[in-house]
Write a protein that binds this ligand. Sequence first.
Ligand SMILES: Nc1ncnc2c1ncn2[C@@H]1O[C@H](COP(=O)(O)OP(=O)(O)O)[C@@H](O)[C@H]1O
Ligand SMILES: NC(=O)OP(=O)(O)O
Length: 315
Amino acid sequence: MGKLAVIAIGGNSLIKDKRQSVDDQYIAVCETVKHIVDVIEEGYEVIVTHGNGPQVGFIMRRSEIAHETDDMHLVPLVNCDADTQGAIGYQIQQALQNEFHKRGMKKKATTVVSQVEVDKNDKAFSNPSKPIGSFYSEDKIDKIKEEHPNWILINDSGRGYRRVVPSPMPINIIEQDSIELLIEKGVTVIAVGGGGIPVIRDEEDNLIGVNAVIDKDNASSLLAGELNADLFIISTAVPNVCINFGKENEEKLHDVGMDKIKNLRNEGHFAPGSMLPKINACINFLENGGKKAIITCPEELKEAVMGDKGTIISK
Ligand SMILES: Nc1ncnc2c1ncn2[C@@H]1O[C@H](COP(=O)(O)OP(=O)(O)O)[C@@H](O)[C@H]1O
Ligand SMILES: NC(=O)OP(=O)(O)O
């Protein structure tokens, strides 16, 4: 087997600005996939993971509205997670297959519906923190709170207010062996979509789904560590991690070691709910034996892998 890269694609990076239709998302997927195939052409076997923050919120809201207006069955959040793995996985799988075909590559792509075990006593269940669905502007917030008194809303990195749900830490990827078998056969695998479908175990060791959204950066970092990946890449909407992000003195980070990134984290440069989980996921990967992690945008993936662009974090 060649070198292994786990590439995590952000849910927000697939829904750009006002381009929110499913067709728009497929266009964004196709764009991203071209850059992923560039990495495969550099000699990497690739596991693609993806977020689902916006999409899982949209599916849940659709289900709630259908339930309120037409008495249709409510889709529990855990099933909405599963729906996003199928829907986004389908788009990535198809885009990969078409790109392989276009380039005359004899590769296959397959999506693995992935369950990820979490601790039923994880404090996250009583402390929702994962933003999902739409962004609401400040002027709409009073009306939203009035209409949905049960929602917990947070300001998501200055981009607007979003509903939050519990986000427990991933501890075990149930389908890991199957993912590994496919990778060994040279298949490009799409796995742990949306951070995985969260499950716990009962007293008899049966799996039971739980309503939460796992952070895909954490689940991807766990998968990359467990499979001893050579590279862990987070593809998001920005080319680089920055210090003083959004301020006049904003500065891009290129090559950065563990000590420095930890110091910058402690100084509060990375927003919780957006960049902070990515930084933590990269640190966890490196602390679990990984050698190199990259955070960049889809357009700069190949050059980042070559060492020329993006933010490269190493030990
Ligand atoms: N220090 C930082 N440097 C770069 N981007 C940052 C920083 N802090 C917050 N961000 C924001 O984090 C976003 C990435 O998080 P998010 O949109 O949640 O990711 P995802 O692509 O996984 O959906 C960036 O697009 C940027 O707006
Ligand atoms: N599940 C998850 O982390 O999704 P996003 O990357 O879209 O926030």
